[in-house]
Design a protein around this ligand. Structure first.
Ligand SMILES: Cc1cc2nc3c(=O)[nH]c(=O)nc-3n(C[C@H](O)[C@H](O)[C@H](O)COP(=O)(O)O)c2cc1C
Length: 454
């Protein structure tokens, strides 16, 4: 389960202590926890331009500055935990600023489908009173976002610090936190939306079908299939394609099995091989796709955003060169005699900074020697369809075992029709006993446990 705490103040005081107590108790070892602190992580007020509502979320002036990250964290969470003290009988202003930014997600407009399968817990404290209205400020939005299950707890702590809270109040808090915890569903796919969420959904659906709503919103509902048979709380099951016997990773029949070809071998990339690596990307890797010729396999080391920003080929080449020379970019070169026929980007997960930082790739504890990543495979056009990908996969697995790794992970695209499957097609991972660990929006986390021979 992926848990996101949204703290309505920067103070780690009573409200935070209570919410954190809940999060610590509800978290299992396989869960992930992220925390947002307001206003630090979303410092801007809504400017009221209304562009998110009339033109789309990405038109918000804050989208690329703060909102994209916050939205990603919210969307990826299975459990949202809000924590706000009561300030003058309401949620803090910074909580309101965050909620205002999601006006376009109210069910009258364009709700995010995953909300219906999320759970939320909202905590509020006050010295004396105001918790109820503070909580309502949040639950009004959560209800209209379509959040499947919402729990609240407000408590008058009669203090502005945890140390000042009386023991009897702390005991009451302790009991209530446990009670809410027991209601949380740990299997994200098993959350069913409340009657309220479904009633609101059907009411809005009716309005859209009758043509009472804004066109952009109705188009969205149509596109999501919600005006037809699809419901946002239906769980999509990851159904990776099965490999058919006798087919290679590319989906083509294997005519000439590799590595029977005498001269072809797989070598671990070392800094001394940097010229071969660069020559391959300069000349052969994308001889059929000139538009990708500046790739140099940098995405996993720069992160998607920087990768998209860094567009000058010479600069990318230089960065790749440095990464290889520093031993950070690691993997395998596939040689046919002296000629490089392909490349596989693989190495210790800890060396892939952006992968480790991106919550989407999170599986569990990352420490050197624990998880080996197979991030990318690129075979030169003349060598495709010959089973090279399988041979590379076997080599990666063999090495991982020898090197003492506990897991090998790959991140193939969930769109199996995508024409350039540079992360390796999902069926290749299946064939080699990888299991689906988690389905993300556009890729699968496939993972194989490496058992040591005894
Ligand atoms: C600006 C401000 C407004 C507040 N308004 C109220 C209020 O309306 N009702 C109340 O009982 N306490 C009010 N308080 C007190 C806090 O809500 C209360 O001490 C709360 O538990 C503090 O939470 P924290 O320890 O997590 O910061 C206010 C405090 C501040 C700083």
């Amino acid at each position: 389960m992926n848990i996101l705490m949204i703290n309505g103040t920067m103070r780690k005081s009573t409200t935070y202590r209570i919410a954190k107590m809940f999060v610590e108790r509800v978290t299992l070892s396989r869960d992930t926890v992220n925390e947002l602190f307001l206003p630090r992580d979303m410092p801007e007020f809504c400017r009221g331009c209304g562009l998110c509502i009339t033109q789309g979320a990405k038109k918000c002036p804050d989208y690329f500055i703060y909102l994209r990250r916050v939205t990603r964290l919210i969307d990826e969470a299975d459990l949202l935990v809000f924590a706000t003290p009561a300030y003058v009988y309401h949620a803090t202003g910074q909580i309101k600023a965050l909620l205002d930014h999601y006006g376009y997600r109210w069910m009258v407009h364009r709700p995010e489908g995953s909300m219906f399968r999320k759970q939320a817990v909202c905590f509020s404290t006050a010295a004396g009173g105001g918790m109820k209205s503070a909580l309502k400020d949040i639950t009004d939005s959560l209800n209209w976002w379509g959040v499947g299950r919402i729990y609240t707890y407000g408590v008058a702590v009669r203090s502005m610090s945890w140390d000042g809270v009386e023991k009897s109040v702390k005991d009451k808090i302790d009991k209530k936190v446990n009670e809410i915890m027991s209601r949380i569903v740990h299997e994200p796919g098993k959350v069913t939306p409340s009657l309220r969420a479904r009633v609101l959904f059907y009411l809005m659906r009716h309005m859209h079908r009758r043509g009472f709503m804004q066109q952009i919103d109705t188009d969205y509902w149509k596109e999501m299939g919600w005006l037809g048979d699809v419901r946002p709380w239906m769980v999509e099951k990851a159904e990776p394609e099965r490999i058919e016997p006798g087919k290679a990773g590319s989906g083509q029949a294997v005519s000439e099995k590799w590595p029977k070809k005498a001269n072809v071998c797989i070598k671990k990339l070392t800094p001394e091989m940097v010229d071969d690596f660069l020559y391959y990307f300069d000349n052969d890797a994308f001889s059929d796709h000139e538009e990708w010729s500046a790739c140099y396999c940098l995405q996993s080391h720069l992160g998607r955003e920087e990768d998209e920003r860094c567009v000058i080929k010479e600069e990318r080449r230089q960065r790749a060169k440095e990464l290889v020379l520093q031993g950070i970019m690691t993997g395998y070169l596939i040689y046919d005699g002296n000629k490089v026929a392909g490349w596989c980007n693989a190495g210790d997960k800890i060396d892939y900074g952006p992968v480790c930082e991106d919550v989407q790739f999170f599986t569990d504890r990352v420490e050197r020697g624990r998880i080996k990543v197979l991030y990318c495979m690129d075979i030169a056009p003349a060598y495709r369809g010959k089973g090279i990908a399988k041979a590379v996969m076997e080599r990666v697995l063999e090495d991982a075992k020898e090197e003492g790794y506990s897991y090998v992970e790959g991140y193939p695209f969930s769109d199996t029709e995508r024409d350039y499957q540079y992360r390796g097609p999902v069926r290749l991972y299946e064939k080699y006993g990888f299991e689906l660990y988690r389905k993300q929006e556009w890729f699968f986390i496939m993972r194989k446990e490496i058992r040591r021979s005894v």
